[in-house]
Ligand binder design. Structure first.
Ligand code: PMV
Length: 382
């Protein structure tokens, strides 16, 4: 009996212009284009092994799918079933052959991060799943990466941006044209990303439910879709092209603010940010003010954990500043923080001290993880 199996690794991505709101609930097509950074897989990733065992000819689709994440069994979601069903309807001999048989499908995933806490776990796992199935069925030379983005989109919208590395856009459209597109590869711009984890619990409102409420009830959201997000996309693309970090950071921050304002404006209102997130927003605002330009951007997905974006040439300044103000390293002296090319006057010291006085208790800020841009979803073995 032939067994089809493969394993792949999927990265997380962080949206700089957020996807929020579906145009078509079934097809998972978005109301607006979104742009994200695909992160490296050094610490956060999903590894997924897929094993497909065809049993016997069967008229009904009678597949048994089992899913384990970190060795624990989970119920299979409709989204995962949809991904498999989509593969089985492809006009390719192996898919047609398998669609006439009952299948025993095993998905074994290893996640290195908290699930459903706004750390893009679904993006990384769905991207890994789609590539593992592709490679198990030896479809790598038949399905282009663009085709894979469509399959990943069915699993989780934002997953289509994790197939490619670097900087990716997910465009609006119908089932066929709403795809992930690579704008720049991972070597285009030396950017660093710092994830500050302040909450590892599952969020109360899933992104699917949250975006539905917002779409149905928020007036501000209508304005976002019609006007704000279009301008943000335009501005972000110009900043990327010109590698203008000051304006890039402004747009990243504004888009995150606008997305979370739309959640607040929803009825019933909801909020993904917490006390720690607000503190991080204040810290980034102060850092940029004292630096007299934007050297750091914050952005939050559907969760309270912060993603900071910066240029790698400023990594030391960013590391020291956040290690100090978040309380990870109290040995760092405020006078030695390298703000504004090394100058650090009395007023700066006063302002930083004032910020630190308002820091939430230490145990509420759990850890920080540093990333650079990464190369997208990869096959580990066939
Ligand atoms: O792909 P989903 O259903 O997990 O939704 C993702 C939504 C955000 O993370 C908030 C924004 C984005 O574009 O990734």
């Amino acid at each position: 009996m032939k067994i089809y199996k493969s394993k792949s690794i999927g990265p997380i991505n962080i949206a700089l212009i957020k996807y929020w709101g579906k145009d078509d609930e079934e097809l998972i097509t978005p109301l607006n284009n979104s742009i994200s950074l695909t992160l490296d897989t050094n610490t956060f990733y999903t590894e997924t092994k897929v094993t497909i065992i065809p049993l016997k000819e069967s008229k009904e689709i009678n597949n048994v799918i089992t899913l384990t994440i970190n060795e624990k069994e989970y119920n299979i979601t409709q989204r995962i079933k949809n991904v498999f069903n989509k593969f089985l309807t492809l006009n390719v001999p192996i898919c047609q052959e398998l669609s006439s048989k009952a299948l025993n499908i095993k998905i074994e995933s290893q996640n290195t991060f908290p699930i459903a806490s706004g750390c893009a776990s679904s993006a990384s796992s769905m991207a890994a799943l789609v590539l593992a199935i592709t490679s198990a069925l030896k479809l790598e030379n038949i399905l282009s990466k663009t085709e894979l983005t469509k399959l990943a989109r069915i699993g989780s919208g934002s997953a289509c941006r994790s197939i490619f590395g670097g900087i990716c856009e997910w465009v609006t459209g119908d089932n066929d044209s709403s795809v992930g597109v690579q704008l720049y590869d991972e070597n285009y711009w030396d950017l660093g990303i710092k994830l500050i984890i302040v909450n590892q619990k599952e969020k109360d409102i899933s992104s699917s439910i949250g975006m539905k409420i917002t779409k149905e009830t928020s007036e501000l959201f209508k304005y976002r879709i019609k006007d704000i997000v279009i301008k943000n996309l335009e501005n972000l693309k110009i900043s990327l092209k010109e590698k203008d970090f000051n304006s890039l950071a402004e747009t990243i921050i504004k888009d995150s603010n606008n997305f979370h304002a739309c959640c607040r404006d929803s009825y019933p209102s909801f909020n993904y940010l917490n006390e720690q997130s607000e503190y991080i927003i204040k810290a980034v605002t102060l850092l940029n003010k004292l630096s007299e330009r934007n050297i750091c951007a914050y952005t939050f997905d559907a969760g309270s954990n912060a993603f900071l974006v910066y240029e790698m040439k400023n990594k030391k300044i960013i590391d020291d500043f956040f290690d100090k103000v978040l309380g990870f390293n109290d040995n760092i002296k405020i006078e030695e923080l390298l703000l504004k090319n090394g100058e650090n006057n009395e007023n700066n010291i006063k302002e930083i001290n004032k910020l630190i006085e308002r820091r939430p208790s230490k145990e509420k800020i759990i850890k920080e993880i540093d990333f650079t841009l990464g190369g997208g979803t990869q096959i580990l073995y066939e």
